[in-house]
Design a binder for this molecule. Structure first.
Ligand code: NAP
Length: 245
């Protein structure tokens, strides 16, 4: 129970990687805010799973890309738990388009959630965060790849990685660590939507460990970063991708 008495907010925790992170942090004893945008039933199922194992959780709806939703979310978190110890900025979206097909809508959708939303979520969270807190930003291995069609998504995640390093410097005096976790290809709804099924075998072949990532593979690393054992790690980007170069 290394996170006993800690309060964790996980954005986008109704499905995929965020869901696995919420379950894992609860297993370590944290009270967890399961944020979601649309999937209320799925978020409630995550809460029930945590409660059935003796943990504490609440599902809170908020579109992280919408600043007034973000403010409402943290007012509710403060009313429910009084303070925050851990923020996991997981909610994100990916979409691929070659340069000639990029539209303002494509750009705004990705940057409003992955960059603007993440920034203002962090601003609201750290106002209420205890000293020695943790911020974990979920980026993607794409920022290191020459990925045709991925410029806007990769650019949005590159901003996230830059935020991590600046915030680590700003929040270090409070003992708050800020780190990035960059998953490789991980089996979720998002991966199924954006990666053609016929490309998966080639991706697995490029992975030294010879399989796709699972949400729990990412969640275990996030849980480590949240623990006291990771107290001397900040401003880092952990590539959790089975060894893809
Ligand atoms: P996913 O399966 O699509 O799940 C996305 C989660 O985020 C859902 O819980 C969804 O809530 C929530 N969400 C989406 N838009 C939101 C918004 N505007 N406000 C609040 N919540 C929102 O995605 P995933 O694959 O788990 O990805 C999670 C993160 O990992 C993302 O940042 C992604 O870029 C990153 N990542 C994923 C992979 C991969 O291969 N899967 C690889 C690298 C990085 P609802 O259920 O309510 O819609």
């Amino acid at each position: 129970m290394r996170l006993a008495n800690k309060v964790a907010v996980v954005t986008g925790a109704s499905r995929g990687i965020g869901r696995a992170i919420a379950l894992r942090l609860a297993e370590d004893g944290a009270a967890v805010v399961v944020n979601y945008k649309n999937s209320g039933d799925a978020a409630q199922a995550v809460v029930q799973e945590i409660e059935s194992q003796g943990g504490r959780a609440v599902a809170l709806q908020a579109d992280v890309a919408n600043l007034s939703d973000v403010r409402r979310l943290f007012e509710e978190v403060e009313r429910t738990f009084a303070h925050i110890d851990i923020l996991v900025n997981n909610a994100g979206w990916a979409d691929f388009k070659p340069l000639e097909n990029i539209t303002e809508e494509h750009f705004d959708t990705l940057f409003n959630l992955n960059v603007r939303g993440l920034l203002f979520t962090t601003q609201e969270a750290v106002k209420r965060m205890n000293d020695q807190g943790r911020v974990i930003n979920i980026s993607s291995g794409i920022t290191r790849a020459n990925a045709a069609g991925g410029s806007v998504y990769s650019g949005s995640k590159a901003a996230v990685e830059a935020f991590t390093r600046c915030w680590a410097a700003e929040l270090g005096p409070r003992g708050i660590t800020v780190n990035t976790v960059s998953p490789g290809m991980t089996q979720t709804d998002l991966m199924t939507e954006v990666i053609p099924a016929e490309s998966l075998d080639a991706m697995i072949a490029q992975t030294p460990l010879g399989r796709l990532g699972q949400p729990a593979d990412i969640a275990d690393v996030v849980a480590f970063l949240c623990s006291d054992e990771a107290r001397w790690l900040t401003a880092q980007n952990l590539l959790v991708n089975g060894g893809v170069g």
